[in-house]
Design a protein around this ligand. Structure first.
Ligand code: NAI
Length: 249
């Protein structure tokens, strides 16, 4: 019942993990503000929620643009009267051979994935700090914040930055009753799950590849007021992949 009537903003809600998060909050009775750069797909997420009897609004937003973010929060607050939860999920995963990575690409990845978390959190918290029971922010990082494959410098740096930004924000916003946590997903399949191979599933300690719902349920846990003793953490949701020891024989 906790989420009934709460206002939840989900960035990157048009597709993939963000869409899954938006649908689960709507199921729990929240007012969902779906923000995304992709107008057609974002509007579809909001329409899908309304068709199922939920409450949703789509606001086209480029999270690289401060003005868009200010407008997003104003619109959410004007429509529902309060902002309670923010899920910073929008992100791009671009991998480039290191010697070909240009400063422009670096800046674009950092601005989309990391600077957006700073701007969205600042603008949402301006409203949340006036709530009687505070608020909650969840930032979607990645296990690539702590482990790497080659040619992932900008993405890894953006996600490592999110983990650090998360505990800094938790420290600054705690006094307003706002919790701030990160989730680091491992492999979350956002395409056709049935096309995955047995070997894909078996490499996880959990015996399966992740789904958007796995991340959505973690968001629910971290944003429930009852769990407000949890703040500043990075919750790894990866089927055990980053805990698995690998010896090649
Ligand atoms: P996706 O590509 O399916 O969805 C990302 C959404 O963000 C899209 O709807 C896209 O339009 C939106 N977006 C991109 N740039 C934007 C911008 N400038 N402004 C507003 N919206 C923008 O990606 P997926 O897989 O759902 O990932 C969601 C988040 O989870 C990302 O932050 C990603 O880095 C993270 N993640 C995903 C993992 C996975 O295995 N799928 C693993 C670890 C982290």
């Amino acid at each position: 019942m906790y989420f009934q009537g709460k206002t939840v903003i989900v960035t990157g809600a048009a597709k993939g993990i963000g869409r899954g998060i938006a649908l689960l909050y709507a199921e729990k009775g929240a007012n969902v503000v779906a923000a995304d750069i992709d107008e057609a797909a974002g509007a579809r997420t909001a329409a899908e929620i309304r068709e199922k009897g939920g409450e949703a609004l789509f606001v086209q937003t480029d999270v690289r643009e401060e003005a868009d973010i200010i407008r997003l929060m104003e619109t959410a607050n004007r429509t529902y009267g309060h902002i309670d939860i923010l899920i910073n999920n929008a992100g791009i995963s671009v991998f480039r051979p290191f010697f070909e990575l240009s400063p422009e690409e670096w800046d674009d990845i950092i601005n989309t994935n990391l600077r957006s978390v700073f701007l969205c959190s600042r603008e949402a918290a301006k409203y949340m700090r006036h709530n009687r029971d505070g608020g909650a922010i969840v930032n979607i990082a990645s296990t690539r914040a702590i482990m790497s494959e080659p040619d992932s410098e900008a993405y890894a740096a953006s996600k490592g930055g999110i983990v650090a930004l998360t505990h800094a924000l938790a420290a600054s916003l705690g006094r307003y009753g706002i919790t701030v946590n990160a989730i680091s997903p491992g492999w979350i399949e956002t395409g056709d799950y049935s096309k995955l191979r047995q070997i894909d599933h078996e490499q996880h300690l959990s015996g399966r590849v992740g789904k958007p719902d796995d991340i959505a349920r973690a968001c629910i846990f971290l944003t429930d007021r009852k769990n407000n003793f949890v703040t500043g953490i990075n919750l790894v949701v990866d089927g055990g992949m980053t805990r698995k020891m690998i010896y090649v024989e």
